[in-house]
Design a protein around this ligand. Structure first.
Ligand SMILES: Nc1ncnc2c1ncn2[C@@H]1O[C@H](COP(=O)(O)OP(=O)(O)OP(=O)(O)O)[C@@H](O)[C@H]1O
Ligand SMILES: [Mg+2]
Length: 313
């Protein structure tokens, strides 16, 4: 007869709690796992995020896009409590993120896996030790259990055989997969990826993208993916937010809604027209003036550029 429940073989009781299990069964609102409400953040000299609201449904992979410097990494840091908002709040599974509450933050971070933008592995540690690091830091599991968990995570990213290697002995794509294994080793309910595809060839990029989706679904997690890769983002995400100029949301929607958008800013951003609402040039004095090739008095039209480029006949 098939054993069931408490009478099952030791270690295989379906009701037994996983040693790393976290109670995530209390959604903040129906299905919302993470919520950002009217967030404002800035440095003394400049406001970066200027009234942003977003919701992140449990189980979804959400893309966060926007031009360089639009505040994507800043938003991830605010979610992780590394930065403190001027106003507004972030509610993570019913709990307001408070960067001043060190104890609360430590517990919260245990439930967030983060792949950093310049996602460095510890170069003086092996692949195995890199992935084991969060377990040693946040749990008191036995070495044997740690070994099992690390090997399982490395297996999931196809790199169990690379466990004894050092980061310097791996390609960039392999290192990124190890970083993925490390970010997910605590089975966190929230995963944040900052530019997970940067510098990868198309094949490695596809592998990482597929892993992000499958790890999310296998863990029943919620993932936020910051990326400049629009095709990949629209392929694997359930929902996308685009940050625009001035620290506000320029658009949001499902991949299908994004593809069908008629908004000029979004069309330029998503489909790469070089001209449009987003200026190519950062504001500056005219080039000719900067190079000392023309008189400083501004002309009524843009004839100055032509003066320089077209030689008098
Ligand atoms: N410590 C800091 N002090 C002052 N300004 C900062 C600081 N850190 C970041 N910024 C500014 O905040 C803005 C947003 O930075 P952020 O790193 O969030 O951009 P991003 O959208 O992630 O860009 P990228 O796509 O290039 O990574 C930038 O203009 C940046 O110069
Ligand atoms: Mg960034």
């Amino acid at each position: 007869m098939r054993p069931s429940g408490e009478s099952g073989p030791a270690g295989f009781r379906p009701t037994a709690k996983h040693p790393l299990a976290i109670d995530t069964d209390q959604p903040t609102r129906d299905g919302d796992f993470l919520r950002i409400e009217n967030l404002v953040f800035g440095y003394p000299e400049r406001t970066i995020i200027n009234g942003v609201s977003m919701t992140f449904r449990r189980g979804a992979v959400i893309g966060l896009m926007g031009g360089s410097g639009s505040g994507k990494t800043t938003i991830l840091k605010l979610i992780g409590g590394q930065l403190h908002p001027r106003s507004g709040r972030i509610v993570f599974d019913g709990q307001t993120v408070d960067s001043r509450d060190r104890t609360g933050l430590y517990a919260l971070r245990r439930r967030m896996g983060m792949l950093f933008q310049f996602g460095a592995l510890f170069t003086d540690m092996t692949v195995f030790e890199n992935v084991a690091f969060p377990l040693r830091e946040h749990t008191s599991l036995s070495d044997e259990l740690i070994r099992t968990l690390v090997l399982m995570k490395l297996e999931a990213v196809g790199l169990r055989g690379a466990a004894p290697l050092r980061p310097s002995q791996m390609s960039g794509g392999m290192a990124r997969r190890v970083a993925l294994a490390r970010a997910t080793v605590l089975d966190p309910p929230l995963l944040m990826y900052d530019e997970p595809f940067a510098g990868l060839d198309p094949l490695s990029l596809g592998t990482i993208a597929a892993l992000i989706r499958s790890l999310n679904d296998a863990l029943g997690a919620t993932s936020i993916m910051v990326t400049h890769d629009i095709d990949e983002s629209l392929r694997i995400c359930d929902y996308v937010y685009v940050l625009g100029n001035g620290g506000v949301i320029a658009g949001e929607g499902t991949p299908d809604q994004m593809r069908a958008t008629t908004d000029p800013f979004l069309r330029q951003f998503l489909f790469g027209a070089s001209d449009g609402p987003v200026a190519f040039h950062y504001p500056a004095e005219p080039l000719a003036e900067a190079l000392g090739l023309a008189s400083p008095a501004p002309p009524a039209s843009d004839t100055r550029g032509r003066d320089v480029l077209e030689r008098p006949r």
